[in-house]
Design a protein around this ligand. Sequence first.
Ligand code: SIN
Ligand code: FE
Length: 307
Amino acid sequence: MGLVTITRESLVDGRPLSEERARAWCAQLEAGDILYFPETPIAIPNDDLAFLLGQQQTDSSLHKNIAYKPIIDKLSGVDTKTADAAAVSRLQSIMRKYSQTVVKFLTEFLSPYHANWKLDYASFRPQEEQGRDLSLRRRNDLLHTDAFPTRPTHGARILRFFNNIHPTRTRDWVVGDPFAKMVHEFAPKEIAPEPDSAGSRAMKSLGRAVGLGAAIPSLKRSPYDDFMMRFHNFLKENPRFQSESPKYPWNFPAGSSWMVYTDTVPHAVLAGQYALEQTFLVSPEALVAPETSPLKVLEGIAGAPLV
Ligand code: SIN
Ligand code: FE
């Protein structure tokens, strides 16, 4: 688990990226590494940056961030009390361009994935992260793995690409040990599944074992999604995990980018302001090391299929 630095020179020397090199990047991501670009490979025009840096949401607890949905070309989370129509449409066009530029870059850089990813939301994060007043489960300064309450992935992985667009300040993260280690360390032994357990029963025992109470899988979510959501909540609500688990600080400089599987690498943002982000849902069949995926790790524990 660590940070893999990818310099600008290594990207712009004119060689097309080999399939083998791209598979190696995918393998590093799947192993829990952060791929870090000291100078972002994503071109954002200066006037777009200036516009973004001029934005500040008024009510910090109302929306965690501004989301852009590339598939339907829609913005959400915009403060309509203060934003005028021209500004909203400008923001939308900036987000559209950002999303397209990231997709174009990763289509080649992570070529083994692009036929099998689902483009999820992009986001603009204009608020200061330090000292935000959010409810416990929405806090991002507590170490957690990501899961979406309203968008179950059914085993697809959550891959996120970030840009720190603050002109001078770092975006300060801490990350923890990867998923498999954490699940085994913080979820006690009773996790062993019953021999005949169907997925949902296995998940109930998994849920009980980590002290979450009985998991009741909702209709929309698979047992896998249920566990991932409960695990997100469990980590944020668990003072022992927050204080005792290993933490590695990474401060991402102004103008840098990084990407990471946030469904398995525990992360928290402690300080920083102004970031852009694009999320991808990578299907299990695209993974270069599917046996290490959280789905396989959990199915190994449960002894039953979970999607
Ligand atoms: C998160 O996914 O927890 C937030 C990360 C960030 O905004 O830097
Ligand atoms: Fe997160």
